[in-house]
Design a protein. Structure first.
Length: 325
């Protein structure tokens, strides 16, 4: 690339499963119903067995990422079965100290950016105290996994704001009250993402700015749930600014619709034409950022999108999952 041109660097990653690896799901489960049928000894053995498999499979996936120079990876939230179930709650760290440490070593040594994305029930907008308490427990569970790996400093736990409960303004006030119950060290690595039905880009950004939290822009969600304000360079700059104090580059979620009639659903792969307007907006800022691919074909969709973006004039591929523009 010619001297004098500003360069924007983008890294790409994917979620949980590396498709193509045989029998490598990191999300093997154990239902409470099945757990309840087992004897006391069998229960603990089964919890250990499933967790050990998930950690071993995650290690294999990390080796895949290393081999393919993938520096962005979202861990499965289902690594540990029944970790937050009130009738189970067990020590999932001590018996697997070596396994957690090995995952952390790989993440740190090879510069992989780790994250978690708890499910939609982990929210801080509910008027019910038990829902908020369960959300805090779930966030603590994800934090403990990052802590066990020793990768808290460069990790992100990403959540949505939650429901509207009939009155967005009142609910947002309650969100700010409820999120105050989250331990400080966990809140420091928590990001908020705009969603496809309720809280749009502008509303999520304002909440992040008020709380001093980072915002993950989901471009597909944005087009499914438009703000009154256009997603131009100035708004994107504000979103990226929420990452400034963290020392981490901003992160964006990318996917494209399955179809016009199923617009909110994720397609198998990412349509370059769908995401190109966003990429051009980002290019105006020349700000490095990371893209998490949320397509159904996961790592395969990521590889294809990197190839597609690399065909754009002015884009230079500098690795298996990284480009300069």
């Amino acid at each position: 690339m010619s001297k004098g041109f500003e360069v924007m660097r983008i890294r790409f990653g994917y979620v949980a499963n590396a498709l193509g690896l045989w029998d490598a799901s990191p999300s093997k489960s154990l239902t409470f119903a099945r757990y309840s049928t087992l004897s006391e000894d069998e229960r603990l053995n089964k919890l250990h067995e499933v967790t050990k498999d998930n950690l071993e499979h995650t290690k294999r996936i990390l080796h895949y990422n290393i081999a393919h120079e993938i520096q962005l990876y979202r861990f499965s939230s289902s690594l540990v079965p029944l970790a937050t179930h009130p009738e189970v709650a067990w020590d999932f760290v001590t018996p697997f100290k070596a396994e957690w440490a090995e995952l952390g070593r790989l993440v740190t040594e090879f510069g992989i950016r780790p994250s978690f994305h708890p499910n939609q029930f982990t929210l801080f907008t509910s008027p019910r105290h038990d829902v908020t308490n369960n959300a805090i427990k779930d966030m603590e569970f994800h934090f403990r996994m990052l802590e066990a790996m020793g990768v808290v400093d460069h990790a992100v736990i990403n959540i949505h704001i939650g429901g509207a409960y009939g009155d967005k303004n009142e609910t947002l006030l309650r969100f700010h009250q409820n999120i105050a119950g989250l331990p400080k060290q966990i809140k420091q690595i928590t990001s908020l993402e705009n969603d496809d039905k309720t809280y749009n880009v502008k509303e999520t950004l304002v909440a992040c700015e008020q709380e001093g939290m980072r915002m993950v822009l989901d471009y597909h969600h944005h087009l499914a749930n438009l703000s009154e304000e256009e997603l131009d360079a100035s708004l994107l700059e504000r979103i990226f600014m929420t990452w400034q104090r963290s020392g981490l580059v901003p992160k964006v979620h990318i996917s494209s619709p399955k179809s016009e009639s199923a617009f909110r659903s994720h397609a198998d792969f990412v349509d370059l034409e769908f995401v190109l307007p966003f990429l051009k907006t980002a290019k105006a800022l020349n700000q490095d950022f990371d893209i998490m691919i949320e397509a159904k074909q996961k790592n395969l969709a990521m590889h294809k999108l990197v190839e597609d973006i690399s065909s754009i004039r002015g884009v230079k591929r500098i690795g298996s999952s990284e480009v300069e523009w």
